[in-house]
Write a protein that binds this ligand. Sequence first.
Ligand code: ZN
Length: 467
Amino acid sequence: MTDDLQQMAERVAAHAHKQVPSALARLGEYLAIPAISCDPAHADDVARLAERVCADLRALGFDRARVLSLDGALPLVAAERSDADPSRQTVLIYGHLDLQPVAGENWSTDPHGATVRDGRLYARGAADDMGGWLSHLVALASWLEVAGTLPVNVRLVIEGEEEIGSPNLEAYMDAYPEAFEADVMVLTDCENPSTDIPGLTVSLRGLYEVELLCEALESDVHSGLWGNAAPDPGNALILLIARLLDDNGRLGVGRVDVPRSWCDSVTAVPLDDQVVRDGARLLDDVSPLPDDGRSIAEWLWRQPAITVLSTTFSRREDQKNAIRARASATLSVRLAPGQTHEQMRQLLEAVVLTDAPGGVRVSLIDCPGRAESWLYEPKGAAFEAADRAYRRAWGRSLVHVGIGGSIPFVALFGRRFANLPLILNGVMDPRTGAHGPDESMDLSVFEKTVAANVYLLAELAGIAAPV
Ligand SMILES: [Zn+2]
């Protein structure tokens, strides 16, 4: 980066720092709109927020900001500004403006009224994800106010359906491909390992839901008369599920090799037994699962896992003395990053479709719930630029983290733009509590991320765009 640009970036960062209070006031206005995407009763709120954000982007200097729409989809805000030299990079910044619902949650403050307490801002969507993309808007506005121009070409895409799994995002990509054209993508909806350590997300586990079905009888029969002679589908189901588990109840099949270099890099992540105790709400006399030679980060982010979501076993009020004709369980398998549904299906088949207990008929039936896994190797000039930007703003390098859950939009970007640098970051931290009561954003994280975004634009300007 040239000295001029470096000095300008410092002036812009100083200006941006001063804009934080007014930005938080604006954030409060956005957060007051209950843009809950899963509830059709709030569709107008999603649309209203999209229009408001679009108007604010125009006022900020994004002349072509527009609200895009598709039949049956909630709106998506797109904007761009291309006043940098065409030889400069075009950066796409993604965020989402929709919210998770709050019904049934026990909030200590108004979920749709921003409240600042002890250095954190509380409201539904504060960190997931409005604070995330707002941190970019503050950086962009500051560049325009101080330098009069942006150092790179910028596109913004702010989605309205992320919290329902981005069902129409790919259709938007097909219908409006120009809105997504870029050299680098900054996807802002992820977590930092702590309020002091900035995170770069490089992997997601996938999701594969499958029904394991055991059948043996034409109808339920008396368990006293036929127990020990007739195969029992319920008992067979339990035995089959047990085959899939190790002695600690973890999924015992499909483990993957994780590179030593990755294992070394996550030792900086403050993820220990206490974090598991608190985060997973363990009872006092219960301990986290033993490490079995792997770090917690590896178990959570890089190895497959299994949970029984439901079974056809009777509820107590419906129980009767009978061997049931059939029994099934819906299994939720979290795929290791890079693992496919087909690979996991083959592994499960090898275990449960041979030597059925008691000779029952066993089948595996795919369920609708699924999401692709994602495994990414960040390398190249854009990531070096991002790391320099974060070192300046946060005082330390980005740590490569994973997410145990699945985020459909990330896998989608990963598939559609596999050859582009995808920088996944955000303003969440372990105390954020996204999707739960008292969601909050740490204000120091927001300030540091605003500064990192200011520097990131300057750093990316130092990289020539591919020709
Ligand atoms: Zn989100």
